[in-house]
Every structure is written in C-alpha cells, then in structure tokens.
Ligand binder design. Structure first.
Ligand SMILES: C[S@@+](CC[C@H](N)C(=O)[O-])C[C@H]1O[C@@H](n2cnc3c(N)ncnc32)[C@H](O)[C@@H]1O
Length: 225
C-alpha cells in the first residue's frame, strides 16, 4: 500500500518538472561525507535578471503563488522539505500558470550550497515550525544557525519577512535577529487588526486566525554586511 502511495507521489512530481528545480541536497552523498555544491543559475532559470525572493517552508504554496502573481517583476523560489506537501504547491503553480515561481525540495540548512553570496533580496518565513522544546531550538528557522546562512545569500540591505501565530517563537525571533545583525522594523503584534495593506493569508495563517489567534509579523533588514 505504502509503495503504491510512493509511486503515485513520484508520478505527480514528474508531472511538475517545469517548475521543479530538484533537490536542495543529495542527502545520500552528504551522509557519505562528500562535498556538494550546485550553484543555481537564476538568470538562466528565469531568463531574466529580476531580483530573487525566497519562501522557506512554503507548505502547499498558496502564499507563493499569490505573491508571484502580484509581482511578475520578481523571481520567486519556494523551498519545502516535505515532498508530499510541496507537490501540491507545484501543481497549483502549473494550474495557475505562474512563470516567475519555481520550487526547490529539501531543507533550508542547504540553501548556501545552492545560492551564490549576495544573490537574494528577500526571504519569507511564514508560520515556520516553532519547535517549542528547548532541545530543538536549533531547528527554528530564525536560530543563528539559519541566520548565518541567510546573511550569506542575502544582498546587503536584504530582508526577512516573518509571520507566526506563536508568541514565544516570535519573541525568540526578535531576540535572535537583533543579536545577529538585523535591524527590525514594522513589527505587528496583531497583523489582522493593523493598518498593514496587501497581506496574503497563508494556509496556516487562515487556520490560526479562524481560531481567534493574533498573527505576529516583522521585517528584518540585513544591514551589517
Ligand atoms: C507550519 S508549516 C507552514 C506552511 C506555510 N508556510 C503556511 O504558512 O501555511 C511549516 C512548513 O515548513 C516546512 N519546514 C520546516 N522546517 C523546514 C526546513 N528546515 N527546511 C524547509 N522546510 C521546512 C515544513 O515541512 C512545513 O511544511
């Protein structure tokens, strides 16, 4: 049964070749201790020199598809480690015919192996897993481990835009970003009751706000390059 499931997923992924940039990492090679680096040629991929924005942990892709449609002059790459989830995002992109959006499968940990230094203008972190346990905090996408990676690939003045429903994770992020060379701005403790315009509601955002939970949002600028 599981095999059939897997085969079906492979078929769905194959049908998304036109928007799928492949794996962020060859995990088997990594395990063998082999060095791997595959720099993405974004100009060739999109056929232009437009700025590049990433979404890390894009889930089923509603946000990525909508923001790419609203901003055709930006190239978007969405990253997601769960293949059975990212496949829905790719299918939606094909259905909606969004030429400026592509996908990378895999973990954010590997971003710096694929993006040249100073090549990304903005990173979106929407409702990233909060990993509440102290022992898991290194997995939080705003931990120093990840900020060091983002700083390498972001241009000077590049930005991180974060949204979350989790207050403790938000506080952790504010502290971590401030301690690691980012300047914070436009902090909102209740996005849906603020004057922020043009918000694109993600799948998780809808779920949490329907439950009456406030949505936290911030922008962090990488000034200390
Ligand atoms: C809570 S979901 C949010 C999905 C979507 N952004 C939204 O707002 O609806 C978080 C997603 O991030 C992905 N994720 C978590 N850690 C990741 C990592 N290190 N690299 C890539 N994706 C990751 C998970 O697989 C999951 O799909």
């Amino acid at each position: 049964m599981r095999m059939r499931h897997k085969k079906y997923l492979e078929q769905r992924l194959e049908a998304c070749d036109s928007v799928n940039l492949g794996w962020l990492a060859d995990y088997a090679a990594e395990k063998r201790g082999e060095f791997q680096k595959r720099t993405l040629d974004v100009k060739e991929i999109f056929g232009n020199e437009n700025p590049v924005h990433l979404e890390v942990g894009c889930g089923k892709g509603a946000f990525a598809v909508e923001i790419a449609k609203r901003n055709p002059e930006i190239n978007y790459i969405a990253v997601e480690m769960a293949r059975n989830v990212i496949v829905s995002a790719m299918e939606l992109t094909i259905k909606e015919n969004v030429p400026n959006l592509k996908f990378l499968m895999g973990k954010a940990e590997y971003l710096e192996k694929f993006f040249p230094e100073n090549s990304v203008e903005r990173i979106y972190l929407n409702f990233s897993c909060p990993y509440p346990k102290e022992s898991y905090k290194k997995h939080r996408l705003t931990h120093k481990v990840f900020l060091d990676i983002y700083k390498k690939i972001l241009i000077p003045g590049g930005e991180i835009h974060q949204k979350t429903d989790n207050r403790k994770f938000f506080e952790f992020s504010i502290e971590s970003l401030s301690e690691n060379g980012f300047i914070l701005r436009n902090i909102s403790l209740d996005l849906h009751n603020s004057d922020f315009e043009g918000n694109i509601v993600t799948e998780y955002e809808k779920r949490f706000s329907d439950m009456g939970m406030p949505i936290y949002r911030l922008e962090a600028v990488n000034l200390l390059k």
